[in-house]
Ligand binder design. Sequence first.
Ligand code: ADP
Ligand code: 5GP
Length: 195
Amino acid sequence: MYLCRVNVKKSIIVSAPSGAGKTTLVRHLLAVMPEKLQFSISATTRNPRGNEQNGIDYFFLSTAEFKAKIKQNAFVEYEEVYASCFYGTLKSQLEDIWALDKIVVFDVDVKGGMHLKSIFKTQALSIFIAPPSIEELEKRLVSRQTDSLQSITARVSKARHEMAFAKNFDIQITNDELQLACTQLTDCVQQFIML
Ligand code: ADP
Ligand code: 5GP
């Protein structure tokens, strides 16, 4: 059971197979409603990619540091998303955001998304972002130019499995035409906030 030092407030969970466009869509959402929403910065043991900065995109930890936080019970949830690559949501992040009276936005993998929904239930809106096809997802990962061929192969293989879980989310959005997907995401979040 998750024990929080501030009252649990609303959250938005965005999950998708890697390469579906989740980061792009979440950035758009945060830009449209900056006064209401705040991104939950996860901890990870993977190396920074491109222009990523510690404390902005992720908290980049060594595996030993990450495992120490597991022992301290510092995570709401964590997953070994890829072999030897851990990602987790820190309790302190949620508490800090809720203390500001803002709504937390999670960008987590599919398993983590279902886990968070099972904890926060109706206080959370869970959204699955689907790519138009696995072929298009692979093309996007290649054109992003941030991952090795080995990493892309792992992501595509995981994506095939993750697609089966789309129906477990409150909302499914297909990110084909970007502008349309941005509008669909913003509309459903606005409706949830007004509830
Ligand atoms: P994720 O966070 O799900 O791994 P990204 O947001 O990094 O995915 O998107 C993967 C790549 O696909 C990026 O290069 C991004 O610019 C591109 N992309 C995102 N959405 C679309 C779209 N609707 N059409 C074409 N390319 C897209
Ligand atoms: P990337 O390496 O592309 O930044 O992220 C890989 C995957 O890990 C993505 O699906 C991303 O959403 C997920 N992820 C990021 N942070 C967390 C987290 O805190 N928990 C879980 N379970 N997954 C996360």
